[in-house]
Design a protein around this ligand. Structure first.
Ligand code: GAP
Length: 487
């Protein structure tokens, strides 16, 4: 990470804390590693990102419906899905520092260093060798690469490594009072399986015709060994996933469709196109016959935000096999029964949150000659902004607070608003800029005379005077989801 990017990232993290977006979990007990809480503004922003996803996937697609499955599922689900046996990370320990690392991440860091030093041939060579070792699950080869490329433990500085071993990422717990093995249940590591096991329920009760999709937003849990980069890699996180069921043979067409559709969703927020790129997987997950990541350029480089996977009929066939229940679709158009194929779109809500925050964060120098001034502004899309408008009486007297509260009461059933009367109007504007409030409504003495207020626009800082009676319509228009979804 360059110094500027490093600084930017640090500033975003402290801004997130200072303005009530993200807190370390259980901070008063020194926190819990890789677990975070969303504060008063963070939870609003997160809910708005969820709404954007849900509306564009479910509301805007007549053939996609949403569900909310439980986090606990029958343990056989995870045997069938392959997670009990195959949801592993290759881990290696340094014998001197006793620190544990993901072998592939040590190698990826080395590749990044080679690239930074202009040793592109070496980087490419190592990348190929690592991909091959991962593809063939060759743990010895991974260790050999770590030794060959002289990778040392960042803590002890030594190269005294153990063998590479597989480490399962699922958290387990016991259900019920009797502690024997049959009671083991897992915290789901992906929301997708809740959709697969409900495929028949939804298809039948919703009389869904292929192609159709089932969407879900919910928590997922992974015992990540290496937790880093703030909310990028967490042990408890949230996913927004959609499984799209298609006729076998048509999956590649739908794969391309969802790849493009999902990229457009990201760009819809106004993010510059060059900040995104596709990254095709060389090592495919056990269920996929094609997979691509949508990557965003974070301050620490391009990283995955969303995956589009062609999951074949793997999951439904496995659940059919393990449950003994027939999971098939009768396709009247071709007069055939089959197990549907699946295209999955899977986005991490927390990564999308971080992306949104980084993208929106701007430090502006507003100095005018000798008059020094600056502000931090979150240029969030108005649909995503935690607070849609702040209602600010110019002073605390002369009946202005009463008038402001009247406006607040009128508008708050429709919008999340904030009332503030403390400090100078300039300071209050800055506080709203810092949380991304797109509009500030100021009630002044003229408001008492002619029933008008000023609206200040966050990005331009320009103000306009409007009638109080028209305010509801104006704000509703400015924050309408039509502005995002109606294109
Ligand atoms: N159902 C497919 C699936 O879970 P994945 O690539 O493992 O695929 C999908 O995860 C998305 O979930 C990722 O693109 C990422 O945004 C998010 N994600 C995965 N692990 C995460 C973690 N430990 N912390 C935060 N987000 C994570």
């Amino acid at each position: 990470m360059s110094k500027n990017n490093d600084e930017l990232f640090k500033n975003v993290i402290s801004h997130a804390k200072e303005y009530g977006f993200v807190f370390q979990s259980s901070e008063i007990y020194d926190g819990l590693s890789a677990v975070y809480d969303y504060g008063q503004n963070g939870s609003e922003l997160k809910n708005n990102i969820k709404a954007y996803w849900w509306k564009s996937m479910v509301q805007m697609h007549e053939n996609i419906v949403g569900i909310d499955a439980a986090i606990f599922m029958h343990p056989t689900t995870w045997k069938a899905s392959g997670h009990v046996d195959g949801f592993n990370d290759p881990m290696i320990d340094n014998k001197d520092s006793k620190k544990r690392y993901r072998a592939d991440q040590l190698l990826e860091d080395k590749i990044a260093r080679y690239e930074k030093d202009g040793k592109t041939d070496k980087a490419a060579q190592l990348q190929d060798a690592m991909d091959e070792a991962l593809k063939t699950d060759n743990l010895d080869a991974l260790r050999d690469l770590i030794i060959e490329h002289e990778i040392a433990c960042p803590v002890s500085g030594t190269r005294n490594w153990t063998d590479v071993r597989q480490f399962n990422l699922m958290f387990s717990t016991k259900m019920g009072a009797v502690a024997d093995d049959s009671d083991v249940v897992y915290l789901r590591p992906e929301t997708a399986q809740g959709i697969f096991v409900n495929y028949l329920n939804v298809q039948k009760t919703g009389r869904m015709k292929i192609p159709f999709g089932i969407a879900q937003i919910g928590k997922a849990f992974r015992n990540e060994v290496i937790a880093r980069q703030f909310i990028m890699r967490m042990r408890e996180f949230e996913q927004m996933e959609m499984q799209f069921f298609v006729r076998p043979g048509s999956e590649m067409e739908w794969y391309e469709y969802w790849k493009e559709t999902r990229l457009q969703w990201h760009k819809g927020l106004g993010t510059p196109a060059e900040k995104y790129r596709f990254h095709n997987h060389t090592k495919l997950a056990h269920y996929a016959n094609a997979a691509v990541d949508i990557e965003f350029e974070f301050p620490f480089g391009f990283k995955e935000v969303e995956g589009i996977h062609s999951r074949t009929d793997f999951d439904l066939s496995q659940h059919q096999k393990f449950s003994g229940k027939k999971i098939q679709y009768f396709d009247p158009e071709i007069n055939q029964n089959y197990v549907p194929y699946v295209i999955e779109t899977s986005i991490g809500l927390d990564r999308m949150f971080l992306l949104t925050l980084i993208n929106a964060y701007e430090e502006q120098d507003l100095s005018d000659g000798d008059k020094k001034d600056s502000r931090v502004v979150l240029k969030l899309h108005p649909c995503l902004a935690p607070v849609k408008a702040a209602i600010l009486p110019l002073t605390k007297k002369d009946g202005l607070p009463e008038k402001a509260k009247e406006i607040m009461d009128r508008l708050k059933p429709d919008h999340n608003l904030m009332y503030e009367e403390k400090d100078s109007i300039g300071k209050r504007y800055r506080r709203q800029d810092a949380i991304g409030t797109p509009f500030c409504i100021t009630v002044d003495h003229q408001s008492l005379e002619d029933n008008t207020v000023t609206i200040r626009h966050r990005d331009t800082m320009l103000q306009e005077r409007v009638a109080i009676d028209g305010l509801g319509g104006i704000i509703s228009g400015l924050v309408s989801w039509k502005n995002l979804l109606g294109k």
